[in-house]
Design a binder for this molecule. Structure first.
Ligand code: ADE
Length: 229
């Protein structure tokens, strides 16, 4: 999978060199390219923003540098990319979104700052590929960078070959619509806390039943919104 990231803070994405995603890059499974939006400005001050038409607080990102960089990332791709613009005004990002995007051959993350990006950029991007405005949650970050990082990790780990043992992707929170069951490892007793007896019984059927019960109980308690009415 190819992932392009556009940002005025490319250094935010240096952490993509470490851990599982870093290894996947090294092995050629993920081809991640980070672009500095300011490299696509043509004035002495490398201006990327301006005041909003109609007035109001804050600044809006100018369309011209975005147009240039989107042209650059889209032209040498064989297929039309999916453009993901992190935005608190977007559709909600979920595990289902991550799974869907993990099968795309080419994603482009466009990270806005300030009050956002000139709306015409989304219309132009739609001529080059699919466009998704995606929100991490109902809160406001200073820009799209942290949201893009979270999405890239959630998507990237679902790309075949990135996580060594694909089994570990099956039994985790949100994959079956429920929260994950609790996990324990050795020692069996630690500072007065014991591992539930059933997990040490060796009875796989009973263990599976207990885990399912835990998933339901946790979900009911912490995230009742995930359960059907
Ligand atoms: N940019 C600013 N806030 C955001 C959010 N909640 N999700 C995605 N992108 C954002």
């Amino acid at each position: 999978m190819r992932i392009d990231v556009v940002s005025i803070f490319p250094e935010f994405f240096d952490v993509l060199e470490v851990s599982l995603l870093g290894k996947a890059r090294g092995r050629g499974i993920l081809d991640i390219r980070v672009h500095d939006l300011r490299a696509h400005t043509h004035d002495r001050h490398r201006t990327v923003d301006d005041t909003p038409y109609g007035g109001g607080a804050g600044m809006v990102m100018k369309p011209e540098p975005w147009g240039d960089v989107l042209d650059e990332v889209a032209t040498d791709a064989a297929s039309r990319p999916i453009f993901v613009f992190p935005s608190p005004a977007g559709e909600r990002f979920t595990q289902a979104t991550a799974r869907e995007l993990s099968s795309a051959p080419h994603l482009v993350f466009g990270c806005g700052r300030y009050e956002g990006i000139d709306e015409r950029v989304f219309a132009y991007a739609a001529t080059l590929g699919d466009v998704r405005l995606v929100s991490l949650g109902d809160y406001v970050l200073n820009g799209g960078e942290v949201a893009a990082m979270a999405m890239i990790e959630a998507i990237g780990r679902l790309v075949p070959g990135v996580v060594g043992n694909p089994e570990s992707l099956v039994e985790e929170s949100h994959e079956d619509g429920l929260l994950e069951y609790p996990s324990y490892t050795k020692p069996a007793s630690w500072r007065g806390y014991d591992v539930p007896e059933i997990l040490r019984s060796g009875d796989h059927g009973k263990v599976a039943q207990w885990r399912r019960g835990q998933q339901l109980e946790r979900t009911r308690e912490r995230r009742p919104d995930l359960l059907p009415d």
